[in-house]
Design a protein around this ligand. Structure first.
Ligand code: COA
Length: 324
């Protein structure tokens, strides 16, 4: 499938509060050395004052400024989050209100840490279906509120933040070959439960564990395989046109290294900023796009593969010809 659209603006917002590995050493039995060796993560940003919605709106406004579009140009907003401040309305509706957009379609997509890739495929398809010229895609995550801070193998991996892109329909095809896959998580290796219904007649306990639960080694094995499959699928779909760069989901530097080893790509062709922000779930890729664009690492005309994996178990990728 080919979609005639392109990314014309990027934005990102992370919380002010930086928590480095040494600050974690002060509250749990861990070390900077252990975390860096196993993951490449050195620090992360954690919400102290900001809300998920505020970060999303800030990232959205930046992306709109970058694209030079006004709120009323936007015909569809797609939100992407697993940690919204609200069960309803959707993050997209909260962003619509925050940016002052009077009329647009507004909906969320949830696919764990693969969310941005699923949502980019969704927004471009919906723009075609609805005949909309300009779309806004915002991913925002506040995962630190769902951590068990006594589970040292998990809580050290995640951070908070938001990223956004503006998408416009275009003559040339810049958003290509969406590859969306999911396999059932039969061993429950990665999930966050919501509070069960504890109405006065329910048997549910009020103290259910609603923190992120993960079997790290199983997720690692899945992630490495998912990255390899996604990259190889996108390469085959591109035929004679080569992929120049890869912006992967930022979960763990070792997973990215394994992906480089199992494909013929150099590690330098992968954008990596997991050292600064850790895993911000669906927001890692748009935050990375913003940084990679601003630093000049991404250049106009680059064929860039976005690849990711996450709870579900979902995985996949999409190719973006960089247009800004
Ligand atoms: N600091 C110090 N030691 C720690 C620790 C920490 N933060 N977390 C765990 N350990 C200890 C364990 O208790 C264990 O000790 P033991 O051998 O005495 O029992 C030892 O380190 C090894 O633990 P293990 O779980 O085998 O480590 P690992 O090499 O598998 O690394 C992860 C753990 C989580 C870093 C790794 O499995 C991983 O990155 N998985 C993928 C997770 C992911 O990306 N999730 C998001 C998907 S979107």
């Amino acid at each position: 499938m080919s979609i005639s659209a392109k990314i014309v603006g990027v934005g990102a917002c992370v919380p002010q509060k930086m928590v480095d590995n040494h600050m974690l050493e002060a509250i749990m039995d861990t070390s900077d050395e252990w975390i860096v060796k196993r993951t490449g993560i050195r620090e992360r940003r954690l919400v102290t004052e900001e809300t998920n919605t505020e970060m999303a709106i800030s990232a959205a406004k930046q992306a709109m400024d970058h694209a030079d579009v006004s709120p009323d140009d936007i015909g569809i907003i797609v939100g992407c989050t697993i940690t919204s401040d609200f069960a309803t309305p959707s993050l997209a509706s909260l962003v619509q209100k925050g940016i002052g957009c009077g009329m647009a379609a507004a909906m969320d997509v949830a696919a764990g840490c693969t969310g941005f890739i699923y949502a980019l495929a969704t927004i471009t398809s919906m723009m075609d279906t609805l005949g909309v010229d300009t779309g806004l895609l915002v991913a925002a995550e506040n995962l630190s509120c769902r951590m068990n801070w006594e589970d040292r193998a998990t809580c050290i991996l995640f951070g908070d933040g938001a990223g956004a892109v503006v998408v416009k329909r275009s003559e040339e095809n810049h958003i290509k070959h969406p590859f969306l896959r999911a396999i059932p998580d039969t061993d429950d290796v990665l999930f966050i439960k919501n509070k069960r219904n504890d109405n006065p007649w329910s048997a549910a306990q009020a103290n259910d564990d609603i923190s992120l639960t993960m079997k790290g080694q199983d997720v690692f094995v899945f992630a490495v395989d998912a990255m390899e499959k996604s990259i190889k699928h996108l390469e085959a779909a591109m035929g004679d046109t080569k992929i120049d760069k890869i912006v992967p989901h930022q979960a763990n530097n070792r997973i990215i290294q394994f992906a480089a080893n199992s494909t013929h790509f150099d590690k330098d062709q992968f954008y990596v900023n997991v050292d600064k922000y850790a895993n911000t779930s669906s927001a890692t890729i748009p935050i990375a796009l913003k940084e990679a664009h601003d630093s000049g690492w991404l250049k106009k005309g680059d064929e860039v593969a976005l690849v990711g994996f996450g709870a579900g178990l979902t995985y996949g990728g999409i190719v973006v010809k960089w247009a800004i």
